[in-house]
Design a protein around this ligand. Structure first.
Ligand code: NAD
Length: 497
């Protein structure tokens, strides 16, 4: 049987083909045992009518090989095109996005020479669920979804990753002072799980101060675990702090499939010039080789790459006083790495992946020696369902040019016996009863009806209420049931309530 591992390869858009060709050239020269299957995804496929940018044949290859090396894709501007990356990550369950950001001082200019951190970003949930609606003339909504299994999977991943890569500390970043339920859940799961890892230091930071500290003292961080949107933003900042966004790889790991790519985009401003830095994609391919059980090839390439950087082999955006010759083009850079296969860096610490057959890969440091094993993630535990009680309903109403008091008067007259109108909020702030004249109101009102008897209501009661509102022409946009779970409130209070 062939020992070639089939992988799916997309050459991508913009600089994608240039950096992919350079990367594959290095992989071939280093003896990587891979059998690439090329797929066409991206701009041309979007324009051919696939709104996700992915034709069905590409999915077939991905589901067959389960390993994806991907160049960046251009998302066409304007209507209807969904992000291909988000579609791939979510469809294939790639829940963990691993982004090592390492400084290569003094060879790559950076203000933060001692920086060496990994961002473990939740990759499927949060505001990236892509559920958005226009609800009224004035109001647009994006739904933020955070699930307990989602939090448990990514936080477990971060702790196991830290342990196996010899990292000391995991920092969790959320905004749970504001989003007490969604971000609060992430923080709670982090605290609960931290107890299982007494060997690892843990801390929690509110994302705003956390991002500020990352931008000014990145060397104080080791592993950062966070929600999708925050992780997206933080990892670009962190990559840029190392000296160039062109250096950073990213692994997207799921239970069945893994995708490896650079973190940067298709760089249309330099496409076709042959000057793009292929390093982000090459280091992503290194992560891939560790993942598919070829750590010795990964190690050879990574160390040759470090040597090249150390020797001053620099593409245009890194070019500086320690660079040799002219700025290297993408292919010349690849050839310079190939010339150094079998050699390691002399000043930067070499990486060591070999001797450990299967894992998810990472950035470069000796502790990687511990790392190239599959993480011990266990199974997601499905918790038994809680005792759920329906205690009311929030009805969102589109009503232009009314006051809160007027709306409250109208609704109070319509309310069915099972309910009382408890409060009205506008953009989350309580405006009735006892609202402030200073509060700016839009045409979007959240009207909270709770059980008149202080206990529970039924779904039939909800329908009765909605029928009463519909009969009087109230333009309700949506409802959210108010429930308790094992007696604990499953909904936030209004601001000012
Ligand atoms: P970008 O990352 O493509 O470019 C930002 C800047 O960094 C540009 O000045 C570019 O020249 C430079 N740069 C990026 N990669 C480089 C490299 N390897 N070598 C040297 N310089 C490099 O970001 P953008 O311009 O905001 O996005 C361009 C397109 O890429 C958009 O269509 C966007 O949707 C897409 N995009 C795709 C991915 C992906 O497929 N993973 C990620 C981000 C953006």
């Amino acid at each position: 049987m062939s020992d070639m591992t089939p992988i799916t390869v997309a050459r991508g858009d913009g600089i994608g083909p240039e950096i992919m060709d350079a990367t594959l050239r290095v992989l071939a020269a280093a003896g990587a045992r891979i059998a690439p299957e090329f797929i066409d995804i991206g701009e041309a496929q979007y324009l051919a009518g696939y709104s996700s940018g992915i034709p069905p044949s590409a999915w077939d290859s991905l589901r067959r090989t389960r390993v994806f090396l991907k160049s960046p894709i251009t998302t066409p501007q304007g209507g209807g095109f969904k992000s291909l990356n988000v579609t791939i990550r979510k469809t294939l369950g790639l829940y963990a996005n691993i982004r090592p950001c390492v400084s290569y001082h003094p060879y790559v200019k950076t203000l933060h020479p001692a920086m060496d951190l990994v961002i473990v970003r939740e990759n499927e949930e949060d505001l990236y669920a892509g559920i958005e609606h226009r609800q009224t003339d004035q109001v647009f909504q994006c739904l933020k979804l955070v699930t307990r299994p989602g939090c448990e999977k990514i936080i477990r991943y971060a702790f196991e990753y830290a342990r196996q890569h010899g990292r000391r500390k995991v920092t969790c970043m959320t905004k749970d002072n504001i989003m007490k339920m969604t971000d609060g859940l992430f923080h709670r799961v982090f605290d609960d799980m931290a107890a299982e890892y007494p060997d690892i230091e843990t801390e929690h930071m509110i994302i705003d101060i956390g991002a500020a500290k990352l931008a000014t003292r990145p060397e104080r961080f080791d592993v950062i675990v966070t929600l999708n949107l925050y992780g997206d933003i933080l990892s670009d900042i962190a990559a840029e702090l190392t000296g160039s966004v062109g250096l950073a790889p990213s692994a997207n790991i799921g239970e069945h499939v893994a995708m490896f790519e650079a973190i940067h985009g298709s760089a249309p401003d330099i496409a076709g010039k042959g000057i793009a830095n292929p390093s982000g994609l090459l280091l992503a391919a290194v992560q891939m080789l560790v993942h598919i059980g070829q750590p010795e090839v990964a190690e050879t390439i990574h160390n040759a790459w470090l040597r090249a950087i150390e020797d001053g082999v620099h593409t245009a955006e890194l070019y500086g006083s320690l660079s040799i010759g002219k700025p290297f083009g993408s292919m010349d850079f690849a050839d310079a790495v190939i010339e150094r296969l079998g050699f390691g860096p002399e000043k930067i610490q070499p990486v060591a992946y070999a001797g450990h057959p299967v894992g998810s890969g990472s950035g470069g440091r000796p502790a990687e020696r511990q790392a190239a094993q599959r993480l011990n993630l266990g199974q997601v535990v499905r918790h038994p369902p809680a005792l759920k009680a329906l205690v009311g309903v929030d009805v969102f109403v589109h009503a232009p040019a009314v006051s809160a008091d007027f709306l409250a008067g109208q609704l109070s007259a319509l309310v069915t016996p099972a309910f009382v109108l408890q409060m009205i909020t506008n953009r989350g702030v309580k405006v009735w009863p006892a609202g402030f004249a200073e509060t700016f109101c839009t045409d979007h009102w959240r009207c909270r009806f709770v059980a008149a008897n202080g206990g529970e209501v039924t779904h039939a009661d909800l329908i009765g209420l909605m029928q009463a509102l519909a009969a009087r022409g109230v333009d309700f946009i949506k409802t959210e049931n108010l429930c308790t779970f094992d007696g604990e409130r499953g909904f936030a209070l209004g601001q000012g309530q």
